[in-house]
Design a protein around this ligand. Structure first.
Ligand SMILES: [Zn+2]
Length: 255
């Protein structure tokens, strides 16, 4: 079944129909979803969703947009949250120089600290990277991690960057942007990266794939990402769904 490795169902855009929508996942062939934390409150909300729905899992962490809001004691809270049986990752962590140019140094510090935190609790992490590839690669290199370390969420960089990420032991997650018209870069990345290193995601409620572009995104639409990958790699969609599911189950240690 489809495994959406990155979604935000605690977002207010789901307030009206969250339960109805999530209850329809099984009939839409969505077998697993990881809900992502951006700060302490959304990390706790992710755990609540994971407790309510057997097919949901949680990631806990500070999004780069929140880097300046990390307070004393917050990492202790994150460590405590990470012990929950349904927490499978630290995230989303990383860098965003598109929005956060004024807090670049704080972002780098908080990114490094959360990589160390992930190592200390032995969980993989999910990385957000926007207009910050050079620093992102530098920090990941410094961190000197093993094989099962992190996943680049909604990868939108070049094939060359993908190669460097793979060399560092990172996995690549593909979102709806691969279906967007004229997105040559991500098409090349999908053709280049071995299927064993790929996962699929929606980043719901953002970035709905074609033909749903502009709508509120949901995990149901992740099938469009799987279909596009199948087309680009000359594989069956069912095969792409099965392999990306297996990749995510192993990476996030889900039975
Ligand atoms: Zn996200």
């Amino acid at each position: 079944m489809l495994f959406d490795v990155h979604a935000h169902y605690d977002d207010e855009r789901f307030d009206e129909d969250r339960d109805i929508l999530l209850s329809s996942m099984h009939e839409n062939n969505v077998g697993h979803i990881i809900n992502i934390g951006c700060d302490i409150a959304s990390s706790e909300a992710s755990i609540c969703l994971a407790e309510k729905y057997p097919f949901m899992y949680a990631a806990v962490g500070f999004h780069p947009h929140e880097a300046a809001n990390v307070k004393d004691g917050d990492y202790d809270t994150l460590i405590a949250l990470s012990k929950h049986s349904k927490v499978v990752a630290i995230g989303e962590i990383g860098l965003d120089y598109y929005y956060g140019k004024d807090i670049m140094d704080i972002q780098k510090k908080v990114f490094r600290e959360q990589i160390e935190l992930a190592k200390s609790v032995n969980l993989p992490f999910q990385v957000h990277n926007r207009d910050s590839t050079r620093d992102c690669l530098m920090i990941l290199k410094e961190a000197n991690m093993g094989d099962r370390c992190g996943m680049m969420h909604c990868f939108s960089e070049s094939k060359e960057t993908a190669r460097e990420m793979l060399n560092l032991g990172m996995k690549i997650s593909i979102g709806g942007i691969v279906t967007f018209k004229n997105n040559v870069k991500t098409v090349e990345v999908v053709k280049y990266v071995p299927i064993e290193d790929l996962m699929i995601e929606t980043d719901s409620p953002y970035l709905a794939p074609v033909p749903y572009r502009g709508k509120r995104n949901s995990s149901i639409y992740v099938h469009a990402v799987a279909e596009k990958i199948a087309e680009l790699k000359g594989m069956d969609t069912d095969e792409v769904i099965a392999i990306t599911e297996k990749n995510a189950m192993e990476f996030y240690r889900i039975d």
